[in-house]
Design a protein around this ligand. Structure first.
Ligand SMILES: *Cc1c(COP(=O)(O)O)cnc(C)c1O
Length: 480
């Protein structure tokens, strides 16, 4: 491989006055490092692609070293995974498009352990008999919520679909008109009902639904009464909802199960951490027979949906063939179990569960962090923008507590404006440059500035290292 490169014969297949070097000659002259990183096959293919571009382009022919460098750059870009880490500085802590909850290291390690080795996923180590995958988390969920039984599926949308299908197929499901919500994407309660094979029986009005509305709707065709957490909206003013305790009593009297789709469903009382209150799963189970909630919203674990509640109803859910179609992988159980275990030690939860840690950060601490980082960030922006610090408002995200917000602080990057106009375009360009970094930095544009809410910034060194690539990019194109 390291043999001296023979003087190439004049054998270019395409006789060209522009003298494009041959593939063989370029590969032959490659350094061992270039060949070792990707192998001869991939490197040769990349050289061919670059040469094809040069032929098609018709411009000046770069020298051999530049051609090889471009081939290496193409290979490096190809090797970069499509799904990769970013800095979420949007101010939305549980950002669905940016992957929602961050897992604690312990959970990531638990996942890695069962990925590279066989596990007892469905194997009872005590008896050697077949096991049940939900067994790894069911007892923990029951202990933390007061439920009698629980199952885990792909996400909360799947949990709702499964509950509806298992408990009310070909029957009526009674829902208040104030709760026929769209959660985002294509999850609309009335559509899910249809897909689950249920008939929607709307009761009440958008703003007011009374106990008697439910009482009049319940009958022999009723399969289920469902409550839905409005999640991403709130109605204010002249409103009324049926008293939950009375509604539960009514359902029990008529022998109809009551399901509550909590959406986020917190396992702890957020008010105790200084956050706006959100119904806990335990409280919801005191006035419902089954509840459904997400694993990667306030719970702070992985994408999954949990159905918890009365044993007889959960048994019907578990037996439903859809459960098999909606089941989750061992990675999900490993991560969920590790996170649920953190809840057994409430005093340590805030420090160890990233979602709770980030949600409870104090505005003053975030502002101090912003002041501290501002000079280093300004330096790395290399004259693109000035940096200041301003108060801002973070959101919990994922439909939790839509009208509640958290005071925070942001780095405000105001693009330098030589002409004094067109700030919007410069902001979009700066935001784009930040998105193109090797570890992309995602902020929010408002008032002619790119704002980076630091509530969710823990890895300061990594953040500054990511921004350093801006300075290097600047050096590389000083001439343009
Ligand atoms: C978020 C949410 C869902 C969907 O949960 P996913 O885990 O995203 O599938 C369903 N219902 C409510 C009320 C929600 O807030």
């Amino acid at each position: 491989m390291n043999a001296p490169v023979p003087t190439p014969p004049a054998d270019d297949p395409v006789p060209s006055p522009r003298r494009i070097p041959s593939v063989e000659r370029l590969v032959g002259a490659a350094s061992p490092a270039e060949l070792e990183t990707y192998g001869r096959t991939a490197f040769t293919d990349a050289i061919r692609t670059v040469l094809a571009g040069i032929r098609a382009g018709g411009g000046p022919v770069p020298d051999a070293a530049a051609i090889r460098a471009e081939a290496s750059a193409r290979l490096a870009a190809e090797r970069r995974p499509s799904l990769r880490p970013v800095f979420n500085l949007t101010g939305t802590v549980l950002h669905t498009n940016l992957g929602r909850a961050l897992l604690p290291r312990s959970a990531a390690e638990a996942v890695a352990a069962v990925m590279v080795q066989a596990s007892n996923l469905e194997f009872d180590l005590a008896t050697g008999a077949r096991g049940e995958r939900d067994d790894h988390v069911e007892a923990l969920i029951c202990r933390l919520t007061g439920a009698e039984a629980a199952v885990v599926v792909n996400n909360n949308a799947a949990a709702v679909l499964l509950v509806l299908n298992a408990l009310a197929m070909r029957k009526e499901v009674v829902v208040s008109r104030g709760e026929l919500v769209e959660i985002g994407g294509s999850f609309r309660v009335p559509d899910v009902m249809v897909r689950a094979g249920c008939r929607l029986r709307e009761v009440g009005t958008t703003n007011r639904t009374h106990l008697r509305d439910y009482a009049e709707a319940l009958g022999p065709r009723t399969g289920l009464v469902m409550k839905v957490h409005p999640s991403n909206y709130a109605i204010a003013g002249f409103t009324a909802a049926a008293d939950p305790v009375a509604l539960h009593a009514l359902c029990r009297e008529r022998g109809v199960p009551l399901a509550d789709d909590l959406g986020s469903g917190s396992l702890v009382d957020l008010a105790a951490y200084g956050l706006p209150p959100e119904p806990t799963v335990r409280a919801a189970l005191e006035r419902a027979d089954v509840v459904t909630f997400s694993g990667d919203k306030l719970l702070g674990a992985v994408q999954c949906g949990i159905v918890a509640g009365r044993k007889d109803l959960i048994a019907r859910v578990r037996k439903n063939p859809l459960k098999r179609a909606l089941r989750v992988d061992k990675m999900t159980y490993a991560a969920l179990e590790a996170v649920l275990r953190l809840y057994l030690y409430p005093e340590r939860l805030r420090a160890e569960l990233p979602t709770l840690r980030l949600l409870t950060r104090e505005r003053d601490a975030i502002a101090a962090q912003a002041e501290r980082l501002a000079p280093a960030v300004a330096e790395r922006l290399a004259g693109r923008a000035t940096v200041s610090v301003a108060d801002c408002i973070s959101q919990i995200g994922s439909g939790a507590l839509p009208v509640e917000t958290l005071p925070s602080a942001a780095l405000v990057l105001t693009p330098n404006a030589p002409g004094g106009r067109g700030g919007g375009g410069r902001c979009r360009r700066l935001a784009e440059e930040l998105r193109r970094l090797p570890v992309p930095v995602i902020g929010r544009i408002s008032d002619e500035a790119v704002r980076l809410d630091l509530r969710t910034l823990e890895d300061e060194a990594g953040f500054l290292a990511a921004l350093a690539a801006l300075t290097r990019a600047e050096d590389g194109r000083r001439t343009t």
